[in-house]
Design a protein. Structure first.
Length: 297
């Protein structure tokens, strides 16, 4: 008898990790439920998500299982991150609905888990979801962990071409400077920037991406896109998907003293796409590197 494929087993394992929840409500199986479950036997993302949303709408804890199943369906597309983000939201809030009002007495009560929510937010972010970048920024902010919040704010701002929104942070951070400004001698006095530099120089790929984004934004350092690319590429060479993707964006967009090189960008995007980073698909990255209609930078 063949072994059950590991990929098909993952949702069941995920469900065990999600538990700490109430048991599934006991109700007669309706024709709607029977039909949805029969359709979901095809294993497709759409039919699996249909069942997940059906159970969520019924305030039925089985929605968690079906969202987890949806994340493991193939082939992966950008829509898989929707299921991952939904799991993060449910698990952080400890409720299946999206309301802020007190839950009804008959509602299923879930045990909130910030740790499990983080797991799903991070999965979505590392599969390319810009919404999950925002989820993670807020997750860190709610816990007063500003270094983590800064990481995801920077990555979102680079991707969204929103570096202009970081002007207040740039002005408030010692050592900051716009492209073309004279470099300041010595190490940065800001302790967060100094720590990021130390960790990056020691080879930590996540901090190398952070440092690259600081150089691209000109926060705590003088803005230098070529230096940003150098740190992105160092992270990308270690397999960091954000290093690969942001290196592709830097090369594909060029500017601020960095020559545009679409062929080199495409090579980095291909590496990120191989890690299921959906924004690195050509149809997405072509739009991401196209000149904007306007710029505030």
């Amino acid at each position: 008898m063949p072994l059950f494929p590991l990929r098909r087993l993952l949702p069941a394992l995920m469900l065990l990790a999600l538990a700490g929840c109430a048991s599934a409500p006991q109700r007669p199986v309706s024709d709607t439920e029977r039909q949805a479950l029969a359709t979901a036997a095809d294993g497709s993302f759409d039919s699996t998500m249909r069942v997940a949303r059906m159970y969520q709408g019924w305030n039925d804890v089985r929605a968690l299982d079906w969202y987890a199943r949806a994340t493991a369906t193939t082939p992966r597309t950008f829509r898989h991150t929707v299921a991952e983000e939904q799991l993060g939201t449910i698990l952080e809030r400890g409720r299946l609905d999206s309301a802020d009002t007190p839950q009804k007495p008959e509602a299923v009560v879930l045990k909130p888990s910030a740790r499990k929510a983080f797991h799903w937010y991070q999965r979505a972010a590392y599969h390319g979801s810009p919404y999950a970048m925002d989820d993670l920024e807020k997750w860190y902010e709610r816990r007063g962990q500003m270094e983590g919040a800064l990481r995801w704010r920077l990555r979102s701002a680079v991707y969204m071409r929103e570096l202009y929104k970081l002007d207040p942070l740039r002005k408030a951070t010692s050592g900051s400077g716009r492209y073309g400004s004279p470099a300041q001698a010595g190490a940065p006095t800001n302790p967060v920037i100094a720590r990021i530099q130390r960790r990056a120089q020691r080879g930590d790929a996540e901090y190398q991406v952070d440092l690259g984004a600081l150089y691209e934004a000109g926060i705590g350092v003088v803005q230098d896109k070529a230096e940003a690319l150098r740190w992105y590429e160092r992270a990308g060479a270690q397999g960091n998907v954000y290093g690969q993707y942001l290196a592709g964006l830097a090369l594909g967009r060029g500017g601020d003293g960095l020559d545009k090189n679409v062929d080199a960008a495409a090579a980095w995007f291909a590496k990120a796409q191989a890690q299921d980073f959906y924004m690195a698909e050509e149809s997405y990255w072509r739009r991401a590197i196209a000149p904007p209609f306007w710029t505030f930078e």
